[in-house]
Write a protein that binds this ligand. Structure first.
Ligand code: GAP
Length: 507
């Protein structure tokens, strides 16, 4: 099945089974804004809870906070967001559509790569086993021509982005003959900078002093509280501070369902350490994040760690790695791990005039700590686990019997156990089982329709276990437990269910 179709199916599955709904659906939705339904919120909460547990509870030197979304506007001046959190925008005068100029040029660079790959694929087909790809790439005139054009464009683009030089970005678009995909014309406006922060007014006065921003990252809530937290926890370096919360960005090109939205949630850790130890901690957190995703069932072939090239790095960063997931629409960033150096604390010290240094008792000296920041998008990781879990299993090709099943890690599954009485006459006994298990697990009671259909309904939301209470249960005090993935069934005494499930939903 084409990957586009797979993604469409996942999006419609999310709506059909209560994972994600378009926001304000009865008013035709609001572009790129989504609500989590009854199963989506459980999935998201499970992910956030596991993240918090892995970071805060399992690290004795990490604590958590919950800062307000509204912050003093000077925070964003000091952090650089007022002046530098911009995307270069260009409009097409015919289609009236707005684009990121950098994205248009990056797509053009990718087109040269596609042309090179096409030449290679053609030659491979022609020469078969005798084909020497490396030699072909180094000597074929057409390939060399595309490589030269791509490299020249890349160099020109990278230079234009430093600054950035907006006139040069437009000139590149014109020189490359880039057309609007909708109107097909080159009728472009000038390139302008567009700040991604949403702003609003606080209180009843709407003058410049009352303008405040919706935070574009949760990190700054941690930096401005650094001194408070250090003083009240009396932690020595290295130590970390976590936060989970909403962030807002007026993205020009949101899209791919919940992958890029204007309102989203972040799970961020700011790990403060002594300068000079930062690169070791960077490597530690890089490895930790990869293992965290694997522990929840993400497969090696679905993810990769992409280190930023020196040109890609933010001006304050010494190193950045993106952990990417292979979505049906291609590779996309899930988790950014950055060495932010002492940039943020230094900026806040300079602008606020407050002391942001740490006194190192071993060295008997004061310094501003360095920071390693693993920043994970909650909505993106939910989407990644939805895509990873979605499966259509052909049970009987002749009868066209296909089972749609969400293979979530049991700890992430929204509903852990489905309790299904074989007949409504058995509801009383089944309800007792449900009431007992509900004290510990999110369970669903379903007595509607035939048992096969009920199993399928639970598979569709990814419930790892179903319990069937049948007529024998009344006399033998046992139930049938069905495993979602293997579909195998076993008979378990009701009194043993607690012990049976004890280790089934752990991380
Ligand atoms: N404090 C660092 C920071 O905010 P970022 O790379 O801009 O860095 C971190 O964002 C993570 O937040 C990303 O890796 C992604 O998972 C998530 N994220 C960023 N923008 C997003 C958007 N518009 N929609 C959904 N998630 C987003």
């Amino acid at each position: 099945m084409a990957q586009d179709d797979v993604f469409k199916k996942i999006v419609s599955h999310c709506k059909e089974y209560g994972f994600v709904f378009p926001s304000s659906d009865i008013y035709d939705g609001l572009a790129a804004v989504y609500d989590y339904g009854q199963n989506g919120v459980e999935l998201k909460n499970n992910i956030k809870q596991y993240w918090w547990q892995s970071m805060v509870l399992l690290h004795s030197n990490i604590v958590g906070i919950d800062a307000a979304i509204f912050m003093h506007p000077t925070v964003w001046k000091a952090s650089g967001h007022v002046d530098a959190f911009n995307d270069p925008l260009i409009d097409n005068k015919d289609s009236k559509k707005r684009y990121r100029a950098d994205n248009l040029i990056e797509d053009q660079i990718a087109k040269y790569d596609e042309k090179i790959d096409k030449e290679v694929a053609k030659a491979k087909k022609r020469f078969g086993d005798a084909f020497d790809e490396e030699k072909f790439r180094q000597t074929n005139p057409r390939v060399l021509e595309h490589v030269a054009k791509r490299d020249a464009l890349h160099e020109r683009y990278t230079k234009a982005m430093q600054g950035p030089d907006l006139a040069e970005l437009k000139q590149i678009i014109l020189d490359e003959g880039i057309v609007d995909p909708i109107s097909g014309t080159k009728n472009w406006t000038d390139v302008r900078q567009f700040n991604l922060m949403f702003s609003t007014e606080m209180g009843s006065l709407s003058d410049a002093t009352s303008k405040i921003y919706l935070r574009p990252e949760t990190a700054q809530g941690i930096f401005v509280n650094f001194a408070n937290i250090q003083r009240t926890t009396r932690r020595k370096l290295p130590f970390g501070v976590c936060q989970v919360g909403k962030a807002f960005r007026n993205e020009i090109t949101p899209g791919n369902f919940t992958f890029r939205t204007r309102e989203f949630e972040q799970m961020e850790l700011e790990f403060f350490c002594e300068p000079g130890t930062d690169l070791d901690w960077f490597q530690y957190w890089r490895g930790f994040c990869i293992n965290w995703l694997k522990s929840l069932g993400m497969k090696d072939e679905e993810m990769r760690a992409r280190d930023h090239s020196p040109e890609e790095l933010c001006f304050y960063s010494k190193g950045t790695t993106d952990i990417e997931f292979l979505f049906p629409f291609g590779w996309g960033e899930l988790w950014g791990i950055a060495d932010r150096t002492d940039y943020d604390l230094t900026q806040h010290q300079n602008v606020s005039g407050q002391d942001m240094t740490y006194f190192d008792p071993e060295k008997n000296e004061k310094y501003i700590p360095y920071v390693i920041e693993p920043s994970l998008g909650a909505d993106r990781v939910v989407l990644a686990f939805l895509c990873s879990a979605y499966d259509e299993e052909v049970l009987d090709a002749e009868k066209n019997d296909v089972r749609t099943v969400m293979h979530f890690h049991p700890a992430l599954a929204p509903v852990k156990i489905g309790v299904l009485p074989l007949s409504k006459k058995l509801n009383e006994g089944a309800e007792k089982v449900f009431a007992e298990l509900s004290k510990k697990y999110n369970c669903e009671f379903d007595d509607r329709g035939n048992i096969g259909k009920r199993y399928r309904r639970q598979d569709e939301i990814g419930t790892p276990y179903c319990i069937t209470y049948d007529f024998d249960s009344e006399t033998d005090g046992a139930v049938t437990v069905r495993d979602r993935d293997t579909m195998e069934q076993e008979r378990i005494k009701i009194e043993d269910l607690d012990a049976y499930f004890a280790d089934k939903f752990t991380f």
